[in-house]
Each structure stands twice: as structure tokens, then as C-alpha cells.
Design a protein around this ligand. Structure first.
Ligand SMILES: C[S@@+](CC[C@H](N)C(=O)[O-])C[C@H]1O[C@@H](n2cnc3c(N)ncnc32)[C@H](O)[C@@H]1O
Length: 239
């Protein structure tokens, strides 16, 4: 889906007054706008919403739980001009990490394939954000640095690139593990699994492809404590 609003007027791109395609007047209701590329379930978005941002999330898969304004599209088809029409002042971006992750598991994957698509998605998104000229944070896994360049900072296993990356995170954020599920036994003696963000248990249809996709999406979701540290930075850019 292509962006709709074409902002005109206002004191800057970040302060649009009206859309020249549908004449919606934004001047009375203006809220800061952010974009979340590869938004998934919206880990970054949730913290930006808390700060009062309007957030547009872009993902190739439908995201029924996403709480911002969802745009289903292949990010590889987007240009910086497409994104500019949203009038965002900050961006977050978590491109897929699977192809990079296996490069950090040499015991299990002694000869991992070259992560061509992982690099393509990361570099395309970074080029879009650089051309847009707004502060951004991109997130991926540690082995990605061998293919896309050194990170700006990292918080535990969350590797971060870009001018919006915080210098420090709250102590609780450093304790979070990425995507690891721990097993536990519940009060009825059942084995359960729990992700690093405390999301409980057995999913409906456990063992099916859909349940395994859901697990992957849950594990990929950015934890709130890390997202909030980034949203604190984003807030500083509100004019
Ligand atoms: C690491 S997850 C994002 C996690 C997200 N930040 C969160 O907090 O839930 C990567 C996402 O990229 C999406 N994706 C993969 N290829 C894509 C593409 N070409 N265009 C748009 N989204 C894509 C996947 O559907 C997945 O939701």
C-alpha cells in the first residue's frame, strides 16, 4: 500500500497543516509522528505510543495485534519519497535477523550460508532512513556487524545502529536475553515455556506451523525496557 497523505503547509515537514489530497486539517490535532519499519507485533511502536507519537508500522505480514497504524508492504519496494509523506521525525527498524543469527552459532551451523537477504533488507532500510534524514535506531543481532558494519551501541544481545541509539539503558534492560525460551513446570505439573519478556506459556495449537511462527514473532518482539529507552531519545526530537 502506498502512503496516502501528502502534507503541505505547516512550519516544517514535522508540523504539517493539511493533506493536499484529502484536505484533512492536521494543525489542531498535531502529534509527533514516527515510523517503525519491519514493525512485527510492535515492540518499538508500543513505547513510542506511550510517549504520544502517532506511529506508522510497516511489515510484509499482516499484524493483527499491532497497536499503531499498520501499513502492509514489502519494504524493498519503498522509496525515501514514499516514507517522507508520513512526516515522521523519528524511525525504528528491526529487519529480520535469522540469516545473521546462524553466523553466531558455529557449533550448530558450521558453514552458514551468506546472509544475502539479511544484508539487502538491512542496507535498503538504512539507505531509506539516511535519505530521509531523520534520527533512527536499527536493531539486529551481534553477527550482523560482520556484514553491515560496527554497531553504535548494544544492550545485551540487542545490537543497535543509528543516530538515535541511547548511550545507556536502564539496568533491567541489560539483563534481558534475546529470543530464548526457558522451560518451567506450572502448578499442575505441566511443562511450560516462557520467553525473556515474561510472555507465558503454551500457545493454542502448540506444535503447528502457526504456533511456531507465533513463537518466533514473540521472541523477536523488542522488550519494553529497551524500547522505552529509545522512545526517551525520540521524545527529545519533538519540536
Ligand atoms: C525481527 S521481526 C520485527 C520485530 C519487531 N520489531 C517487534 O518488536 O515485534 C522482523 C519483521 O520483518 C518482517 N519482514 C520480513 N521481510 C520483510 C519485507 N521485505 N518487508 C517488510 N517486512 C518484512 C517480518 O514479517 C517480521 O515481522
Amino acid at each position: 500500500m502506498k502512503p496516502h497523505h501528502q502534507f503541505v503547509g505547516g512550519t516544517s515537514d514535522a508540523h504539517p497543516e493539511r493533506c493536499d489530497r484529502c484536505d484533512v486539517d492536521f494543525s489542531e490535532h498535531w502529534k509527533p509522528i514516527a515510523i517503525d519499519l519491519f514493525c512485527g507485533k510492535g515492540g518499538w511502536t508500543n513505547a513510542l505510543l506511550e510517549k504520544g507519537f502517532t506511529v506508522y508500522g510497516f511489515d510484509i505480514e499482516p499484524q493483527p495485534e499491532y497497536k499503531g497504524t499498520f501499513v502492509q508492504c514489502d519494504i524493498l519496494t519503498l522509496t525515501a519519497d514514499d516514507l517522507r509523506t508520513y512526516g515522521a521525525i523519528f524511525a525504528t527498524c528491526s529487519s529480520p535477523c535469522e540469516q545473521f543469527s546462524v553466523h553466531g552459532m558455529k557449533h550448530f551451523h558450521p558453514n552458514p550460508p551468506f546472509p544475502a537477504m539479511g544484508i539487502k533488507l538491512f542496507n535498503h532500510a538504512r539507505a531509506l532512513l539516511e535519505e530521509l534524514g531523520i534520527p533512527y535506531v536499527m536493531e539486529n543481532v551481534r553477527p550482523a556487524k560482520n556484514f553491515v558494519g560496527r554497531e553504535t551501541n548494544h544492550c545485551g544481545p540487542f545490537y543497535l545502529w543509528g543516530p538515535g541509539v541511547p548511550a545507556i539503558f536502564p539496568p533491567c534492560a541489560y539483563k534481558i536475553q534475546k529470543g530464548l525460551m526457558t522451560k518451567w513446570i506450572d502448578s499442575k505439573g505441566k511443562t511450560r515455556t516462557q520467553g525473556p519478556q515474561g510472555r507465558a506459556g503454551r500457545l493454542p495449537g502448540e506444535g503447528t506451523v502457526a504456533a511456531s511462527r507465533e513463537r518466533t514473532a514473540q521472541a523477536a518482539m523488542i522488550p519494553l525496557s529497551i524500547a522505552r529507552a529509545v522512545a526517551d531519545v525520540a521524545e527529545r526530537y519533538i519540536p
